[in-house]
Design a protein around this ligand. Structure first.
Ligand code: NAP
Length: 336
């Protein structure tokens, strides 16, 4: 194949906020699939807060992306050549395919998806990694019961929006925390949350006190920092705190801002548990089946925030940290 593969590679270890000079944009010939491998034309690239962590030279749940390597990213595309017995040309797949136009990957590392059920980007969103994060984090760790008070931060985002909707399905009262009136309106009017708090406009301690006068039974944390601390101060007895992420801290250059209200865990007999979605890799089918049925019946809504053009990658990734996305941020490549 003579086509050219445009790619973004990591050019420098970022310090603080990501900068355009942290990336290099270049091209290479499209690779040839070897034994058991397939060639994928990438149609959508998932942009995730975790990508900020993947470029730090620090110990984590996954090795850092090396300088000069194609930036790691989940992506979805169409198979255009296959040497794998169970994957055919024309199949749609998802996997860690990188920020590029074409990827060669082993068939065993890819997931085949059915675009007759939902559109391809939904497999990077509610039926992909963020949806699984919401599903297993909330249900396995948060264990919401009917009548519980569930609070979720990053409520208008990919994970938070699904968390709140599943908590409603389970009969909880759900309060979202999000930045700005439009996002707050969206989670209440579109997603069916009971209420939302605009943390940029209101005193969170006061607002949580008003909305959660009997305490928070489940707090699903996507942002960390001061918002986590405010939620800890309002826990009810036997509360469950899920540490999913801490986006407010991902660009920190000094010490992270940790919770000072942690003794609330002691006095409330509460738990705070961190998790990584890949812990649940062998149960994704379970999450996909149940969330797929909720999507089909209209109980669950999936929203993708789609930006076009591979070349916009550095600016578009930044939207996660400036809060410009509502729903799952996805980059759409030419050709779909
Ligand atoms: N543990 C896991 O396995 C796992 C898996 C997936 C994701 N995560 C984590 O889950 C969280 C949400 O991920 P996502 O993909 O759903 O992203 P997202 O919520 O769709 O997008 C990020 C959102 O974070 C908010 N934000 C940015 N900076 C903030 C700050 N300083 N303070 C408060 N909010 C801020 C913005 O919303 P506002 O406009 O509302 O501020 C922004 O839209 C992230 O922390 C991510 O790392 C963890």
């Amino acid at each position: 194949m003579n086509a050219v593969n445009h790619q973004f590679k990591l050019a420098a270890r970022p310090v603080g906020m990501l900068k355009p000079s942290d990336w290099s944009y270049g091209e290479e010939p499209v690779g040839e699939p070897g034994d058991g491998e397939v060639l994928v034309k990438i149609l959508y690239v998932s942009l995730d807060p975790a990508m900020r962590g993947w470029v730090n030279d620090a110990r984590s749940y996954i090795p850092p992306v090396g300088i000069g390597e194609v930036m790691r990213a989940l992506a979805a595309g169409e198979v255009i050549a296959s040497n794998h017995p169970e994957i055919s040309v024309g199949d749609h797949v998802t996997g860690l395919l990188g920020v590029q136009e074409y990827a060669v990957a082993h068939g065993a590392a890819l997931l085949k998806v059915d675009t007759s059920l939902v559109a391809l980007p939904v497999y990077l969103s509610t039926l992909g990694m963020p949806g699984m994060t919401a599903y297993f984090g909330l249900l396995d760790i948060g264990r919401p019961k009917e009548g519980d008070m569930v609070v979720v931060s990053g409520a208008a985002g990919a994970v938070g929006g699904v968390v709140g909707q599943i908590a409603k399905i389970k009969g909880a009262t759900v309060i979202g925390i999000a930045g700005g009136p439009d996002k707050c309106r969206y989670v209440v009017e579109e997603l069916g949350f009971d209420a939302a708090i605009d943390y940029k406009a209101h005193d969170l301690d006061v607002a949580l006190g008003e909305h959660c006068s009997k305490g928070i039974d489940v707090y699903f944390d996507n942002v960390g920092g001061e918002i986590l601390d405010a939620a800890l101060a309002r826990l009810s007895r036997y509360a469950r705190v899920i540490i999913c992420g801490a986006i407010s801290q991902y660009n920190a250059t000094g010490a992270l801002s940790g919770p000072s209200n942690y003794l609330s865990l002691l006095v409330n007999h509460a738990s705070m548990t961190g998790f990584v979605v890949t812990d649940y890799g062998d149960r994704y089918a379970e999450g996909a089946t149940e969330m797929g049925a909720w999507l089909a019946s209209g109980k669950l809504k999936s929203r993708e925030h789609i930006v076009e053009g591979l070349e916009t990658f550095p600016d578009t990734l930044q939207q996660l940290f400036s809060g410009e996305n509502t729903g799952k941020l996805v980059l759409k490549l030419a050709g779909d």
